[in-house]
Design a protein around this ligand. Structure first.
Ligand code: THU
Length: 114
């Protein structure tokens, strides 16, 4: 348990919480002993904020062909710039996009300042 708490605290350092300033980390241990970590990531589209626990769950997926990020995930990624390169990696193949291609005419935090 101590290790999990330490890993959750480390993950918390990566939280992105400019709107609430409430930083959260989480660590989940799977039955095989693998540990998945996550932190909260907030969005200018507030309702898309992802909690640390859900991010840790999402880190545990591995499918082929790799899944493209869903619409909500694309919006959350936009928090960090439309020039992001997005790579989805599966066990046997990968796919690449720019975020701008995945999310045309994006709503961003700059939109809030208009
Ligand atoms: N948050 C979590 O990450 N996990 C919880 O269980 C409660 C809330 C985050 C979401 C948001 O970024 C911030 O804490 C304030 O609600």
């Amino acid at each position: 348990m101590t290790t999990l708490v330490t890993q959750a605290r480390a993950a918390m350092q990566h939280a992105w919480a400019p709107y609430s300033n409430f930083h959260v980390g989480a660590a989940i241990e799977a039955a095989d002993g693998t540990v998945y970590v996550g932190c909260n990531v907030e969005s200018a589209s507030y309702g898309l904020t992802i909690c640390a626990e859900r991010m840790a769950l999402g880190a545990a997926t591995d499918v082929d062909p790799p899944a493209a990020p869903c619409g909500a995930c694309r919006q959350l990624l936009a928090e960090f710039g439309l020039d992001l390169e997005v790579t989805a990696v599966g066990p046997a193949s990968e796919k690449r996009w720019t975020l701008a291609a995945l999310l045309p005419d994006a709503f961003t935090k700059e939109t809030l300042d208009r």
